[in-house]
Design a protein around this ligand. Structure first.
Ligand SMILES: C[S@@+](CC[C@H](N)C(=O)[O-])C[C@H]1O[C@@H](n2cnc3c(N)ncnc32)[C@H](O)[C@@H]1O
Length: 260
């Protein structure tokens, strides 16, 4: 029997257009493609490349915690690898950005002695930099999952850009919530106002997923964040507040170590 293998790919955010040539090659040549790519159009795109596409999206919901959904996905992917198939697992965006089953499938497949690899892809933050017109190198950029940011009172620098992911579900510890609620967004705004003034402009960003579509960019004062339309795809982008200042201690250290 042929030795099974696993390749994990991302289809990018904009359906069809952001799938890399190497990801397409693996989708086309796989014995089976398992997919978690979002909507019907994205599934159709995969089916145009390989006739054996199996959706894993039905594993979400039904009162199941997301952690159980992920376990079920990993088991299905690994079972096919163990059967000797060339398996491709396709996720939307970058398969390694805020996607647990992709990393875990690769880790476990390798642990079991199979060849397994993840390919990079276009993620939502890559679209942020292009659509909102800034370079993370200019001012610095930090990014957190929204619930992690709130629960762990993450230390961060308000003088750099802040990107928060999965804001729709902020505060969900049950992993069973699938739609937003203005109370969650008000909580997030309250936490952010510990660091930014109420009139600080923030952007709720949703990159275009359709080839001819446009990004949805809602910019409003932080205190009115709960008035924005928030979906599962919303990412919050908070511009810097104040300016980074050189540290006298660090300048002295550089002088001492580098003489400059
Ligand atoms: C489970 S993560 C998946 C991220 C995806 N793997 C990627 O590479 O962008 C879902 C989160 O990604 C962000 N996201 C997904 N689609 C997006 C889009 N079209 N525009 C902006 N952010 C998006 C949102 O923060 C959303 O809550």
């Amino acid at each position: 029997m042929a030795r099974g293998s696993l390749i994990v790919v991302g289809t990018g955010i904009r359906i069809g257009n952001q799938c890399t040539i190497e990801a397409k090659h693996h989708i086309v040549t796989a014995d089976v493609v398992f997919e978690v790519v979002g909507d019907e159009l994205a599934q159709e795109f995969l089916r145009s490349l390989n006739e054996n596409v199996v959706s894993l999206q039905h594993l979400y919901g039904g009162g199941r915690a997301r952690s159980d959904t992920y376990k079920a996905m990993i088991e299905i992917i690994l079972s096919a690898v163990r059967e000797g198939k060339r398996v491709c697992a396709a996720f939307y965006g970058h398969p390694g950005v805020y996607v647990y089953p992709s990393h875990e499938s690769v880790r476990r497949a390798r642990e079991e002695g199979y060849e397994a690899e993840m390919l990079p892809a276009v993620s939502a933050d890559a679209c942020v930099f292009a659509d909102l017109g800034f370079d993370p190198g200019w001012l610095g950029c930090q990014s957190f999952e929204a619930t992690d940011f709130v629960i762990n009172a993450r230390k961060f620098d308000p003088t750099a850009v802040l990107i928060l992911w999965q804001i729709a579900l902020v505060g969900d510890r049950s992993l069973r919530v699938f739609s937003s609620d203005p109370r969650r967004i008000r909580l997030l705004a309250e936490v952010l106002m510990e660091h930014y003034p109420p009139d600080h402009p923030v952007t709720v960003y949703c990159a275009a997923t359709l080839p001819m579509g446009h990004a949805d960019v809602q910019t409003l004062p932080l205190s009115r964040l709960d008035e924005a339309v928030i979906t599962q795809e919303s990412t919050l982008v908070v511009p810097p507040y104040g300016e980074a200042r050189p540290s006298a201690d660090r300048l002295a250290l550089m002088e001492a170590r580098l003489g400059a």
